[in-house]
Design a protein around this ligand. Structure first.
Ligand code: AMP
Ligand code: GLY
Length: 425
């Protein structure tokens, strides 16, 4: 079966590597793709949010499955558009993607179904939000844009002035455009964070291995937020007991609630959880695979990803075997100098073959370009160096050893990915 993968990051490259392991995987076409993807699949120059262009590409290439990886095309309804043209799609419908596309939709769903999440209030007028904040005495407080904001729509405010500024920048200055027409103001929670990516066909839900992201740019969780500077799996805080609680109190109730609403969620549902003193709470839902979580979750997935994705779409996930491999995985993201701020692109990358040749290592491309056989930087997050091992320590040692092979001017990466997790064990 030929497969179209929509997207261009490390997540998409990791998905393609796993799809290719499946005996039923034929040709892979990726749009728009990146340099590393172009080296092992066909790429096409169609933007990930171009719904009509992507449907046309899927028809032209006669694919048997379209895997829609990023959030924005899903929220715009790309899965619906594919299905309307007879192309089987992996990814939720537009209505189901509201779990990520509207924080208010997600919060209301959780509240109605008793799914543990931070207490919140919502506003569609900045004056009312400001009045609420002036009365609030408890800090920090969290201000969130309702819609998609490239992962930047969450502002943790330490005092009244910061909270008022957050409201003004989201609702009046429209820092995130129409995504800031509404906001959610919520209670600040504390505890270790866990990402759990689950495959679901709308009725059955199967969690993949738990993971931990590292969102800040620098060591010791310092510096600005990024798209994610590294991940490890499994997450040591996520014990079997907590997993069972999450299944009963969070995962199944979420799936049932979406079914009741008439928009069953089919695809990969990502639960961003915080393990608070009162138990696991939902911080956010994502309607897709995480990036860079996918880079560590898929190497530990025992199962045929093509079959699993088709089963999510067809409602037969209960019939397809899937389990979690023993061992651990780590991903260290190598970023451009200056990221997440301004950075240069077009810089030559060396040592990719040497790094990729290390035992247990897979080099995942995120922001690269391939030009006449050579790779150049083309984004903020450039590469993910992924390693598996018997233990988390092994995986981390292997991944960090491989990073020393790779050079590009200004490269920076965290030296402490997984350190907290190793200590927690
Ligand atoms: P999100 O963009 O929803 O992934 O949120 C980004 C990050 O903000 C999360 O990973 C948490 O670290 C933090 N965050 C979001 N909501 C809360 C909350 N209610 N309390 C504490 N931290 C939060
Ligand atoms: N790594 C966080 C996300 O994919 O949203």
């Amino acid at each position: 079966m030929d497969i179209l993968v929509v997207g261009s990051g490390g997540r998409e490259h990791a998905l393609i590597k796993k799809l290719k392991e499946s005996p039923s995987c034929g040709r892979i076409i990726c749009a728009p793709g990146n340099g590393g993807i172009a080296a092992e699949a066909e790429t096409a120059d169609v933007k990930a949010t171009d719904i009509q262009g992507m449907v046309a590409l899927a028809k032209e290439k006669k694919v048997g499955l379209a895997v829609i990886a990023p959030d924005d095309p899903l929220v715009l309804g790309m899965a619906d558009a594919m299905e309307e043209e007879g192309i089987p799609a992996f990814g939720p419908s537009r209505l189901a993607a509201r779990l990520e596309g509207s924080k208010l939709f997600a919060k209301n769903l959780m509240k109605e179904h008793g799914i543990p999440t931070a207490n919140f209030v919502s506003f569609d007028r900045s004056s009312e939000a400001a009045a609420y904040i002036r009365k609030n005495k408890k800090y920090p407080i969290v201000v969130k844009a309702d819609g998609l904001a490239l992962g930047k729509g969450v502002l943790i405010c330490q005092d009244e002035q910061q909270a008022l500024d957050a409201v003004a920048s989201i609702m009046e200055e429209k820092r995130f455009g129409r995504s800031g027409d509404k906001i959610v103001v919520e209670e600040y929670l504390t505890g270790p964070e866990v990402s759990v990516l689950c495959l679901t066909d709308g009725k059955t839900i199967k969690p993949m291995v738990s993971s931990m992201d590292h969102k800040r740019a620098y060591n010791d969780d310092a510096g600005p937020n990024t798209g994610g500077m590294g991940t490890i799996a499994p997450n040591p805080y996520y014990t079997e007991e907590i997993a069972e609680t999450c299944m009963q109190r969070i995962f199944l109730p979420t799936i049932r609630a979406m079914q009741e609403l008439g928009c069953p969620f089919k695809g990969c549902l990502y639960f961003g959880l915080m393990l608070t003193e009162k138990g696991p709470y939902v911080i956010e839902y994502n309607c897709r695979f995480g990036d860079p979580e996918t880079q560590v979750v898929l190497p530990l997935l025992e199962g045929d990803l093509v079959e699993l994705m088709m089963a999510c779409r067809n409602g037969t996930l209960d019939q397809v075997p899937m389990s979690i491999k023993p061992g651990a995985a780590a991903c260290v993201v190598m970023a451009s100098g200056g990221y997440p701020g301004k950075y240069a692109t077009g810089l030559p990358i060396t040592g990719l073959d040497a790094a990729g040749g290390c035992n247990g290592v897979s080099v995942v491309h995120a922001g690269t370009r391939l030009d006449r056989g050579k790779f150049y930087t083309a984004g903020g997050r450039v590469l993910g160096i992924v390693a598996t091992g018997n233990s988390l320590q092994d995986a981390l040692l292997t991944a960090y050893a491989a990073t020393t092979q790779i050079q590009f001017p200004g490269r920076h990466f965290r030296q402490d990915i997984g350190r907290k997790a190793v200590r927690a064990k």
